[in-house]
Structures are given as C-alpha cells and as structure tokens.
Design a binder for this molecule. Structure first.
Ligand code: FE2
Length: 385
C-alpha cells in the first residue's frame, strides 16, 4: 500500500510553512440550503444523533427563510430553506439540490480575516457585518471559494447568546441521544477539470494554507475511474480541506458524476470524528443510515498484515468492524477507522464520512481502491458510470 501514498511526514515542519495572517480557531458551523429544513433537521436528529439547538423563522420575525441549527458536541449544522419565491436560495436549490453553501470558520477577528483574504485575491461574499442582540455582538464576514460555496468568518468573543443574534433557542420535545459524533475532521471539495491547481493556489495564497498530502490519478484509480486529490491544511492543522479533481478513466469518475448532478464544484463530503466508531455506526445503521457496501473478505484478511507492517496492533475486534463495514488503514504514525455513507439526498452529491483516528493523520489512502469500487457499484446501479 505504500506505493499509493505520498506521505511527506514531519507534518509539524510542513505546517510551519503555513502563513499566520489568518489564524483559525476551528470550524464554526456548516450551513446547508435545503428544500425542507424542518424535515432535514428531523433527519439529522433521528439518524445522526444531533440535538435541537437554535431556530430562526417566521416566529422570530424572519420572513424570508427558516433556519434550524442542530448540534452534536462541537459540530453545528445549519439547515436553511427559503420561505418565498423571491429568495436567491430557490435558484441555489434548483441548480444544486440540497447542499452545503457555507463553511464557517471561527476566528478571533472577522474584519481582519476578511481584509487579509480579500487583499490577497479572495472575492468578497459579505463585508464585515456586526450583528447585535441583548447577549452581545457577533462580527461576520465572508469570501467565495470553489463554485458557489463560501467561507464565513465568525467572531464570537463578545457574544454569550445561543448561536447568532436573530436566533432563539430551539426547545423540542423530541430529543434523541447523541451518537458519539465529536467534531469535523475534514471537509472535501470537488472542483472541475483542470481546476485543482487553481484552488490549491487559492488556499495557499489567499488563506495561507499548505498542501500536505497529494494523490495523483495513478495512485487513485480503479479499473474504471480515477481522480486526483490534494489536502490543504491551515497552520494549526485544525482545518483540513482536501480538494478532488476528476481524471480520465475508462468510465465516468465519481467526481464527474458529482459535478454533473451538483452543476459545478461543491462540498463532496464532511468527515466527522467519533471516539467509538463501532458504537456510532451501529446506532446510525439502526436508524436507517445507509453506508457504502462492506469491502470483500479479502480486504479484512489483509488488515492484520497492513497494521503489522507499520508495527501497529488493532485494538478493536476485527469481526465487529467487518460486520459494520468499517474500513481500516495504517501509516507510520498509527491507524484509522472510517466508513462512508451513501449520498444523503437523491442527487448523488454530498455524503458523510465517520472517522476514528488511532494515531494516523492520513485520509485512508490504503482504502481508496476498496472505497471507489464500492462507489462504482452504486454508480452502476444509478446508470451513471
Ligand atoms: Fe474523507
């Protein structure tokens, strides 16, 4: 498996090359534009174990859209839907279907983050804006990234209210238990043909990120389809954005399929961390979340050797991992456990990854082949291969 990796370890050294003009404290929230936010919120509560957190809509005086915020540990997802035909969101929905519009980043100084990035070439989405209520003030500012996706910088150091001004606490009588999802580990973007280097350069120049892992189309390929991927990270390693570009193969790659159905670049998957992936995935499966098919027996037979080659020992019961379809990958630093949902909407676009890191800081390169073959089986079923 080592040949499909181009792991330049010594990450601390690499991270030092990141520029510090844009200190990021973490992911603040991810906002989806959806066709029916009320129902989407119910899905994330029931199927993923999210909790009711905040709400904005007609009852709070917002006449244009409704937003439901659901939360699990450090993860906040905002589900927004338009309330009338004049909203810009209708076009977003008709073009992309349900999808991610905003990847919000938590910063100490939103105005400075906007100034530093726009002066380096970012296109402004939202000028620095102060929002106030009786709990203090929030400053937000935004820039465009790939496709119609945006980054919003959120400064919340002078705010004590729930979520953002304009929202009220969302109290619900339906409160399913959390399922062990902790924080966003990484979020992946799909970009168009020949656009990878444009966006790598964007994250380097505009946001001060570094490219710390790269996979070319010879490394990420199956018999039928191929893609290229580069992982961008900020200087403290908390924000990781891998970027995928399709590559020529015998048949249509999954990235091309995404671009067709999303009508352009956008967020492909959100990877969320769990400390107990076996428990998390068992609970999600019990609530009807569909995952990609389990890799074949041979895959699991090769796991002990893949770990021992790197001097690691699996702490989990391999039969349990196999019965849930959880994949395992190892590198010099440790191993990781991961699994991918099927797309969570009817268009084959956005999906989720559940990941548990046991020391490894990679992205499961050793699983790419098994993963892509599983995706190709789905594409075959959809008639889009
Ligand atoms: Fe991932």
């Amino acid at each position: 498996m080592s040949k499909i990796k181009n792991v330049e370890y010594g990450l601390e050294k690499i991270f030092k090359d990141a520029k510090d003009f844009l200190p990021l404290l973490g992911t603040d929230y991810v906002e989806f534009i959806v066709g029916n936010a009320k129902q989407a919120a119910h899905f994330y509560k029931t199927a993923f174990g999210f909790q009711s957190y905040a709400y904005k809509g007609l009852e709070t005086g917002c006449k244009d859209y409704a937003s439901y915020v659901v939360k699990q540990d450090k993860i906040r997802i905002v589900l927004t839907t338009p309330l009338n035909q004049d909203s810009w969101m209708n076009e977003h929905l008709s073009k992309h279907g349900d999808g991610v519009k905003v990847v919000a980043l938590w910063v100490d100084d939103a105005k400075k983050s906007w100034e530093e990035t726009t002066k380096r070439g970012a296109k402004s989405y939202m000028e620095p804006t102060v929002e106030k209520d009786e709990h203090g003030e929030i400053v937000r500012a935004g820039i465009y990234t790939y496709g119609e996706t945006v980054h919003i910088f959120v400064e919340r150091k002078n705010y004590t209210g729930v979520f953002l001004p304009g929202y009220k606490k969302w109290e619900s009588e339906y409160n399913p238990e959390p399922m062990g999802l902790k924080f966003i580990d990484h979020m992946v973007g799909n970009v168009g043909w020949n656009e990878m280097d444009i966006w790598v350069k964007y994250y380097e120049d505009v946001m001060g990120f570094v490219n710390f892992l790269s996979f070319d189309d010879k490394q990420i390929t199956t018999e039928y389809s191929a893609l290229m991927s580069k992982v961008m990270s900020n200087g403290n390693g908390r924000i990781k954005f891998p970027i995928n570009e399709p590559a020529e193969g015998k048949k249509k790659s999954q990235i091309e399929e995404y671009l067709d159905f999303y009508n352009g670049p956008g967020v492909q998957h959100i990877a969320v961390a769990s400390n107990d992936i076996i428990d998390t995935v068992a609970k999600m499966r019990a609530k009807g979340v569909e995952f990609l098919s389990t890799p074949p027996d041979d895959y699991y037979k090769s796991v002990p050797k893949r770990l021992s080659d790197h001097n690691h020992e699996l702490e989990e019961d391999i039969e349990k991992l196999k019965s849930l379809g959880i994949m395992i990958d190892a590198d010099e630093e440790g191993y990781l456990l991961q699994i991918f949902t099927k797309p969570i909407e009817d268009r084959p676009t956005l999906f989720f990854e559940i990941i548990q890191r046991m020391g490894a800081r990679g992205f499961g390169a050793g699983n790419f082949k098994a993963l892509f073959e599983a995706i190709e089986r789905e594409q075959e079923n959809r008639g889009t291969l």
